[in-house]
Design a protein around this ligand. Structure first.
Ligand code: NOJ
Length: 514
């Protein structure tokens, strides 16, 4: 059973490096997040996901944790973070931290101990082969770095050794079975980290690479799922209101493993990618559904989404998102008018949606050099653009000290400018999120059904007693459908329902009460 507060939750993802710097050192901080809680609330978001903000050498932007229980000094202290939980709660905002259970930094004390030749408590906390020249078939590994005569498995970059949750299918003597006491000890250590933050007021976790724990797992991820179900039992007993969202992108498996929500992530050619990021086609053309006149077909999304939705609707939530810190911003290929419709759709679907900081004003993807292991992702991680003042209001520090440069373009969107313009993207996002909060039928649990998804026609769908329609095309469109005494309660662009005909102007979206 998913935590009740998720029913009307809309999450805002904060990359803490780049949100708001209050001490002028060029990097965002906890106090900056606290300062902007009213902005987040006013936007219509009532929950946060903060990317890893723990002590780290930052070779992968903090996804290389050196100390799970210590806030990274560059963002503030543990006390500052506890205060952030408190201040957020006062405003009705829940806070999820980012849990990285599959690996640590190579600088984590557990790993330093594990590298020693003499056996100790952490010898099996990571996955080691039996000999310095023995590799780990099928997994990336590193040798030659440790006193211990063995090589160790990696979970991602070279700086991220894999924690040991055991192997589902054991094929080598150095592979521990998933129920081995040492594998269970790793799981208990992770529960301890979770309890630590939950006891200090955090409301749950976004879980990094959630499917990666048990190695040599089967297709259904039985081994890894058993770990999560056990962790879920602990939460049910000790923190029943805690919420967990997985980076898995397979809701049928993730929700059965005990997650409340699973992200539907951008993978080239999958259903979600066809909505806003279908720009790497064989013909070089952009066929994204929300790209005006791109001839996109919504069924490419619906076919996958509906299968998952039907399979999981009583188990938990599918989380759609504008973007995240690993993906090109949607403004990369969509203009503001196109984004308005894409957001109208994403934020009126069932499940629990996420908004990536800055997408509400259409921040651009910048072509800039890599930072902290970001590579192409770095361009989606630049400082939030608050106003036209120095550093676009992100920091009072020197521009050369900023974590990343701010958007240098003349037309860089800002919160300040968009707040003053009633038809801005920001005000449109606010209106859409307000509509969602005002109507239970638009929230996580209300039913969803497609009424018309014929290519070339507006998409028409039902949420409870509401009928919604969207036309991303540059031409006006019509659908013949009986909506009875439909009353129009929300419109972007133009829309009308009259005697069995629903007419939508070019690039429009409408909601009817029926
Ligand atoms: C997924 C995270 O979202 C990404 O930013 C990170 O680099 C990898 N996992 C490794 O932790």
């Amino acid at each position: 059973m998913a935590a009740k507060w998720l029913k009307d939750a809309v999450f805002y993802e904060i990359y803490p490096q780049s949100f708001r710097d209050t001490n002028g050192d060029g990097i965002g901080d906890f106090n900056g997040i606290i300062e902007k809680l009213d902005y987040i609330k006013d936007l219509g978001c009532n929950a946060l996901w903060i990317n890893p903000c723990f002590d780290s050498p930052f070779k992968d932007a903090g996804y290389d944790v050196r100390d799970y229980k210590k806030a990274a000094a560059r963002y503030g202290t543990n006390e500052d973070l506890y205060r952030l939980f408190e201040e957020a709660h006062k405003k009705g905002i829940h806070v999820l931290l980012d849990l990285v259970p599959g690996h640590t930094s190579e600088e984590h004390e557990w790993f330093r101990q594990s590298q020693k030749a003499v056996k100790n408590e952490y010898t099996d906390r990571y996955i080691w082969t039996s000999f310095c020249f023995e590799g780990a078939e099928g997994y990336p590994y590193v040798g030659g770095e440790s006193e211990r005569s063995a090589t160790y498995l990696l979970n991602f970059f070279k700086c991220q050794p894999a924690l040991n949750y055991g192997f589902h299918k054991v094929t080598k003597p150095w592979q521990l079975p998933e129920n081995h006491p040492e594998a269970l000890a790793t799981r208990e250590a992770m529960k301890d980290v979770m309890r630590f933050w939950l006891s200090h007021g955090c409301d749950g976790f976004r879980v990094d690479m959630a499917a990666s724990l048990v190695k040599n797992d089967d297709e259904k991820k039985s081994g890894t799922s058993a770990v999560w179900r056990d962790i879920r039992r602990m939460l049910e007993l000790e923190y029943p209101d805690a919420a967990m969202v997985s980076e898995w992108s397979n809701p049928p498996l993730a929700l059965r493993a005990g997650y409340d929500m699973d992200f539907y992530l951008n993978e080239r050619g999958n259903g979600y990618s066809t909505l806003i990021r279908d720009y790497q086609n064989h013909d070089g053309e952009d066929h994204s559904y929300f790209k005006k006149d791109a001839g996109g077909n919504i069924n490419r999304f619906l076919d996958q989404y509906l299968t998952w939705y039907e399979d999981t609707k009583d188990k938990g939530y599918i989380s759609l998102l504008s973007c995240n810190h690993d993906t090109l911003r949607p403004r990369y290929n969509l203009d503001e008018e196109e984004l308005k419709l894409a957001y109208a759709f994403i934020y009126t679907l069932p499940g629990v949606p996420f908004l990536y900081y800055g997408d509400e004003i259409g921040m651009k993807y910048l072509d800039i050099p890599t930072k902290e292991g970001g590579y192409f992702r770095t361009g989606s991680r630049t400082p939030m653009q608050w106003s036209k003042s120095a550093n676009l209001g992100f920091s009072t520090g020197n521009s050369e000290d900023l974590y990343l440069p701010v958007d240098p373009s003349e037309d860089a969107p800002t919160v300040e400018a968009q707040e003053a313009d009633p038809s801005s993207l920001l005000n449109t996002v606010k209106a859409i999120l307000k509509l969602r909060h005002d109507h239970e039928d638009l929230q996580a649990d209300a039913p969803f059904a497609v009424i018309c998804s014929e290519p070339g026609r507006p998409l028409v769908y039902r949420r409870g007693n509401l009928i919604l329609a969207v036309n991303p095309d540059g031409n006006a469109k019509e659908v013949k459908t009986d909506l009875g005494k439909a009353e129009n309660i929300f419109t972007l662009g133009t829309a009308e329902y009259k005697e069995g005909t629903l007419s939508l102007g070019a690039q429009s979206f409408a909601v009817f009460n029926v």
